[in-house]
Design a protein around this ligand. Structure first.
Ligand SMILES: CC(C)[C@H](C(=O)O)[C@@H](O)C(=O)O
Ligand code: SF4
Length: 469
């Protein structure tokens, strides 16, 4: 019987079978950020254990840093400065590289790592952050861990991991116009539930995945965790190898030749058997928007808010009623036309150059509707610089968007900057639970083009019908 890519990567990294359904895996890269990294580093120090391979660990300052121009360590998050300074101090002491505030490589860890060639096809990579799965878009086995596990990984370059079940999600056919990776993953989660991937490592495959850019594959994998999966990945191909080539931490010279040759073999065998297979027909996918407080509360942008009365399961029906109340919506409300107060383009889901290009193409020559606060936060300072080199910042600014420094920003309310209570925000982020973007803020997850089209319209809008009311 053939092997799936997930099994191949697992076997390559397996140091020992611990006999209880868990294996000891070799970890190629450990990433940290200032929100959880300081805890991992502190934990290690308290135990008196050194970092085994400081050159295989990397720190990004991203979660609670301000994104205003001229920023420093001070942040709008009360007490935030302590996270930043403690992480910097501990990482410096341990000899770990930091992509710090003021460094032109700073940015969201899951954007910076692929961009710098730290995440590589076939590598194992962990970070105390649930969206580490983003980096599976390159064909890495990348997953989120806790701070205690991060300390263990730093000390030993290994982790004890429960062997996941395998799933393949096969996207058949071609994507309709105006539909992208964000819509694919929202559609999948809406169809199979936010728990649909629980216990699985998922390989995303099929013609529509092959056709995606490497950056879009990262968007797809980013939300594997919103599907409750352990992680998600896409097999590397010629596009991936081209994308990685020449990046600062990627192998070079003879090592590059060896690595690239090896990466070409990283595919699931034709006769590989998965524990579960899901098939999605891409013709069925529309620009998708959430109406509620879970990524599974998603419908085509042309759709209506569902009626909990139609749900047999009383727990699910109650959850929907609560979501409707929080979101200030009633069953049957159309999504198109819902007035918005905010529009946010950013986060490890949708803040790479291709996302900004797609949004800017919609904004060009248009203005954000009056009363809408629109913000664009590039995923990294490298993305920001590349966007500026193309003049994209001008398109954002002329339309009326704020153009920020890089960071997680208002993807995540940590006590600092946030949208207002009861404000309705269309956002390119990945989470929409209550208070995620601010106390009482109502978040609608969507693709960057849907966010841009909605910002212009002043209400939730269909990016395929620009200019129509
Ligand atoms: C703060 C961090 C641990 C958290 C995560 O794990 O994902 C954050 O990045 C998020 O998106 O909620
Ligand atoms: S951008 Fe948002 S989802 Fe991504 S790591 Fe930061 S807080 Fe988490």
């Amino acid at each position: 019987m053939g092997q799936s890519l997930i099994e191949k990567l697992w076997d390559r990294h397996c140091v020992a079978d611990l006999g209880d359904g868990t294996d000891l895996l070799y970890i190629d890269r450990v990433l940290l950020h200032e929100r959880t990294g300081s805890m991992a580093l502190k934990g290690l120090k308290e135990q008196g254990r050194p970092v085994r391979h400081p050159d295989r660990a990397f720190v990004c300052m991203d979660h609670i840093v301000d994104t205003f121009p001229g920023r420093g360590d001070e942040t709008t998050m009360p007490g935030g400065i302590a996270f930043i300074r403690e992480t910097r101090e501990a990482a410096t002491e341990a000899g770990i590289r930091i992509f710090d505030i003021g460094d032109n490589r700073q940015g969201i860890v899951h954007v910076v790592s692929p961009e710098q060639g730290i995440a590589l096809p076939g590598a194992t990579l962990v970070c105390p952050d649930s969206h580490t799965c983003t980096q599976g878009g390159l064909g890495a086995l990348a997953w989120g861990i806790g701070s205690t596990e991060a300390a263990h990984a730093l000390a030993t370059q290994t982790l004890v991991v429960k062997r996941p079940r395998t799933m393949r999600v096969w996207f058949e056919g071609a994507l309709p116009a105006g539909v992208g990776a964000k819509d694919m993953i929202l559609h999948l989660i809406a169809s199979h539930g936010a728990g649909g991937g629980s216990g699985y490592a998922i390989e995303f495959a099929g013609p529509a995945v092959e056709a995606l850019s490497v950056e879009a594959r990262m968007t797809l994998c980013n939300m594997a965790v919103e599907f409750a999966a352990w992680t998600g990945l896409v097999a590397p191909d010629a596009k991936t190898i081209d994308w990685v080539k020449g990046r600062p931490f990627a192998p070079a010279g003879d090592l590059w030749e060896q690595a690239a040759a090896d990466w070409q073999s990283l595919t699931s065998d034709a006769d590989a058997v998965f524990d579960k297979e899901i098939r999605v027909d891409c013709a069925d996918i529309a620009p998708t928007v959430t109406w509620g407080t879970s990524p599974q509360h998603a419908v085509p942008v042309t759709g209506q808010v569902p009626d909990p009365a139609g749900i047999a399961d009383p727990v699910a029906a109650q959850a929907q009623r609560r979501a409707l109340e929080y979101m200030g919506l009633a069953p049957g409300d159309s999504l198109i036309g819902l007035p918005i107060d905010g529009a946010f383009i950013g986060s490890c889901t949708n803040s790479r150059l291709s996302d900004l290009r797609a949004a800017a193409a919609i904004l060009k020559g248009r203005k954000v509707a009056k009363g809408v606060r629109a913000i664009c936060v590039p995923g990294s300072m490298q993305v920001k610089a590349a966007a500026e080199a193309e003049g994209l910042h001008l398109l954002f600014q002329e339309a009326g968007f704020e153009w920020r420094e890089s960071g997680c920003s208002m993807c995540f309310f940590a006590g600092g900057e946030h949208f207002g209570k009861g404000e309705r925000v269309v956002t390119s982020t990945n989470r929409n639970f209550e208070n995620r973007q601010g106390p009482g803020t109502r978040s609608h997850l969507a693709s960057p083009v849907t966010v841009a089209a909605s910002a212009i319209a002043g209400h939730i809008a269909d990016p395929r019908r620009l200019g129509e009311a």
